[in-house]
Design a protein. Sequence first.
Length: 623
Amino acid sequence: MCGVTGIFAFNQVGRFNMINLSKATSALENRGPDNHGLFNDEMVGLGHRRLSIIDTSIEANQPMTDATGRYKLVFNGEIYNYKILKEELVSKGISFSNNSDSEVLLYLLIEHGSQCISKLNGFFAFAFYDTQEKTLLVARDRYGIKPLHIYQDEDKLLFASEVKSLLAYGIEKKLNYNALYNYLQLNYLPTEVSMLEGIRKLKPAHFLTIINGIVAEKCYYKINAIIKDQSSEKSKVGFKKLLEESVTDRLVSDVPLGTFLSGGVDSSVISAIAAKHVNNLQTFSIGYKDEAYFDETKYASQVAKHIGSKHTVFKLSNDDLFAHLFNMLDYLDEPFADSSALAVYILSKETKKHVTVALSGDGADELFAGYNKHAAIYKMLNAGAKEKLVSSFSGLWGLLPKSRNNPITNTFRQLDRFAKAAKMTASERYWAWVAIGDARYASSLIKPAHLEAPQKLNPFVQTGTKESVNDTLLADLNLVLPSDMLTKVDLMSMANSLEVRVPFLDHRVVDFAFGLPIGNKINSEDRKRIVKETFKSYVPNGLFNRKKHGFEVPLLGWLKNELNALIQHDLLAPTFIEEQGVFNVSQIEVLKKQLHSRNPEDAHAKIWALVVFQWWWKKYFNN
């Protein structure tokens, strides 16, 4: 796990930006505190920050060069099948100077060019440069586990693992109002979008080439979503084999390794498999002293005892959480308002004191239908008397108080969303369920002069003649997973120099999951069925029967108390909003009043998105 950056100059004007290569590389220090390296020739520069994981010797430092000196590589990530790939290269007479996966990738690219990318099992973002032909190849892994940001103008193309590195080259900062429009609906930025004009993200499963000064992009992988008709027992045997191989592949490390263990289905399964292969496996969880409803540490401890791991619990009060809040906000290059990022930030910070690599259960919900919306869409597509009754009472649910902060008002919120969604098209319903606010809400917040023709994104595509839960899962894999879940884990773990690996996102597991009949994943009673049925013997009895919780933080209380002065007199103060010229003051005031009302609904999430944006805006624009 590392940080990469670089520049490809198209002319002498672009070449001038090479003077900032060292500064741009230093901006990635948190991603790679162990070593840094630079390469530059007349028109191309590469920078690398290293977090040493496999082969910690200096011979594995980067930028990496082949024996002839012709080829250069900067690489962020891990290639789990590198030993098998290395054997193939050795059989062709290629010699290696170290034991890293980076050198294997270097020689694979020399031998096969972009065609080798589809052979890689892992997560990555890398740049490969041919000093003789003056060509550049930049690539990103299949599901966007590792980020890669791009900036291009007529003079140059820049790339970097984080936006702060791109800004170090001195590019102009200009707010992307269309990105803001989408952010206000989602609380995060869609997959390819940046909050700054001119910056974008390389799409997952894509590579970019520069040949003879011409920039081109190509997709190298698409999910195989063809349903395979096989017995439930055969499916479970195949799934068990694939996931166990995926976990064992991700246990390769030359530094201390552990797992995140929340006590939920996904992290418990990953930890249980890992414990079979690692003596005294270290597991880590975070708990909440002041929020019993969201605290799952007792379940994590039960799993740890069952699998025999060395378990560490970080039990935090609301004051502990709040103490880390502003450090987390300061690390963000772009607004990101998934509040659970704070919990992941603290979990990563504490875990890093013990290990350098952690395995997580991310990705399982998107593959095997683990979210509430997946259960809702299944029930909607298979509606019985109960579902029809809920839909018929849509007027009642709209009148009741709704909030995520206790089980009763959260139930009212979910019933209201279900009833409203039942009247929508499939595409409209998907956006309504992933968004915090609708398009009208976002438009009302932004001053009209900034939104001439806002572009609404919606990744939902119906893949068959009839709508299926699989359509929602595929949309989640294209939007929610890379834009929210994986971005959150990457940012918060890298802020603390911790590598997080995700076994559920082995491409073999993903293709297997999308080939399953939907009944293997979800029915009217349960979700993630094949995960639970395959691995139920790995965990304590009854663990899989309880209700799912997320990494919640006490936003509503903070916004009404500890953060109230910051909101009222600084970030969302009417005078500041007017001077800033981005938002409509009247709409901000409506939200603030709703926050303090008896029926806040999602006002706390919407205001949190504004707080995060304002903190970021003041950092980058209010000089």
